[in-house]
Design a protein around this ligand. Structure first.
Ligand code: PHE
Length: 448
């Protein structure tokens, strides 16, 4: 690895960074609400199985491409390719991933900006800035632009500092904070009236739904989004892992953390909703399903915090800081995808490239903010429902069908000399070759 490229200093540095990318709004917001509307623990069960049997193998494919290539996603894909059509294909897939990461960041930053403004609101209230507090939680164009800009600004500041001083250092600081905050909030909600009913609703599996096609599709989509697949992000993070590290176990640890935090988030959100219900807040929509989406985070939960009185200010602050941290460790990975591409392929200094690309993405975010009604959903669907699965599928095809099995083995053996006789090596090559692409294709076709 050339010294100027940088890389993670330790396995824990990689684990925190990759888990930071994986754990985001998808875990803390998406997972609990999907669970609530998809048969409770039945969804958790299916999610667990799919995360380990489909998302983890695909995740390993991306990490391996990156560590082999020791370069940005496009260059790494092209290093695996041998013939000229394969190189063109590699370029398209790698570049598609880079674009997808940029698109996701452009809408993710808007939502993260809302989390930030809701985190500042209790502070404004504590300082008796009543009008300002109200402004912070009222959806207006100036507020949205201000907080989207602040959030992208923070992301740019971290990425400008590079892999060790930016991504690794901040992930190692923020991820433990996130876990502590999450556990404190769960413990507090646990003591409140109504929480028990929430636990029961969350943990009671409706087994009849386990083979429900919609449930399977939602769970697989959620698992792919959560592991940040199909966005070049895990390829680039893989390229920063030292050759002495055991990729198979690092990947499994990250998947485990990702799944566990999603599960913990469910233990917070669902009981909190039932606590809100016990206090008279409506938590079911007209069709009888639990309220999800933005009304959950920006209406139901704030109503609960308000009912808590003075403590509610601290709980609200803790909750929205948690959301902001989760979003930030994900957004830095999204920006790293395009930045590493431009730095390495076009020989532009990291700081300059980060600022230019960050500002370009911010401009796109502002255009989305101005056309929020239709554009937010449009960009989100384009990038996460079309882009991510297709690119993740092509990565699996690349590894399964183009990369020679022996070359993969040579790469994976570094840091894991016993791998050839392991269960992983008996199963995984078939998985990436047949099972993953087929499953992703099926889900993709069904979701159309
Ligand atoms: N995995 C992140 C989440 O769950 C989102 C993400 C998607 C991050 C794509 C990076 C790339 O919120």
């Amino acid at each position: 690895m050339s010294a100027s490229r940088g890389g993670f200093n330790s396995s824990i540095g990689f684990i925190m960074a990759a888990a930071g990318s994986a754990v985001g709004l998808g875990n803390i917001w998406g997972f609990p609400t999907q669970t609530a509307s998809n048969g409770g623990a039945a969804f958790v069960l299916v999610y667990l199985v799919l995360a380990f049997f489909l998302a983890y193998p695909a995740f390993m494919a991306e990490l391996l491409i990156g560590r082999y290539g020791q370069a940005n996603a496009v260059t790494s894909m092209q290093k695996v390719a041998r013939t000229s059509w394969q190189k063109r294909f590699g370029f398209a897939v790698g570049f598609g991933g880079v674009l997808c990461a940029a698109l996701i960041l452009s809408f993710y930053a808007i939502i993260a900006g809302w989390m930030m403004s809701y985190a500042v609101e209790p502070l404004a209230k504590l300082a008796s800035f009543t009008d300002e507090a109200k402004w912070l939680i009222t959806h207006t164009l100036p507020r949205n632009i201000l907080f989207t800009t602040l959030f992208i600004g923070l992301t740019i500041l971290i990425i400008r500092r590079g892999v060790e001083q930016g991504i690794e250092k901040w992930s190692k600081r923020l991820m433990p904070m996130l876990i502590i905050l999450l556990i404190l909030l769960i413990a507090y909600v646990f003591t409140l009236n109504g929480a028990q009913a929430g636990f029961a609703a969350y943990l009671n599996p409706d087994i009849s739904r386990v083979f429900d096609a919609d449930l399977l599709i939602s769970a697989l989509g959620q698992a792919f989004f959560s592991l940040s697949l199909g966005t070049s992000v895990m390829i680039i993070y893989g390229s920063y892992i030292a050759k002495k590290e055991n990729l198979v176990s690092l990947g499994a640890q990250v998947t485990l953390i990702d799944v566990s935090i999603a599960f913990l988030a469910g233990l917070l959100i669902i009981p909190a909703m039932y606590v809100a219900q016990a206090q008279g807040v409506a938590i079911f929509a007209e069709d009888g399903s639990l309220i999800s989406g933005s009304s959950l985070v920006f209406t139901v939960l704030p109503a609960l915090f308000l009912n808590m009185g003075a403590v509610g200010l601290f709980v609200a602050f803790g909750f929205f800081v948690l959301m902001t941290i989760a979003a930030l460790t994900s957004s830095i990975s999204m920006l790293e995808g395009p930045v590493s591409f431009v730095v390495e392929r076009h020989n532009i200094a990291r700081k300059k490239a980060t600022t230019y690309i960050g500002v370009a993405i911010l401009l796109l975010s502002i255009i989305i903010v101005i056309n929020l009604e239709w554009m937010l959903d449009f960009i989100a669907i384009l990038s996460t429902q079309y882009g991510q699965p297709l690119i993740a599928m092509f990565c699996c095809i690349f590894v399964g069908w183009i990369w020679h099995r022996n070359d993969i083995l040579t790469e994976i053996k570094q840091g894991n000399s016993e791998v050839e006789s392991s269960l992983f090596w008996k199963i995984w090559p078939w998985y990436v070759k047949f099972v993953c692409p087929t499953a992703i294709a099926l889900v993709f076709i069904h979701s159309l």
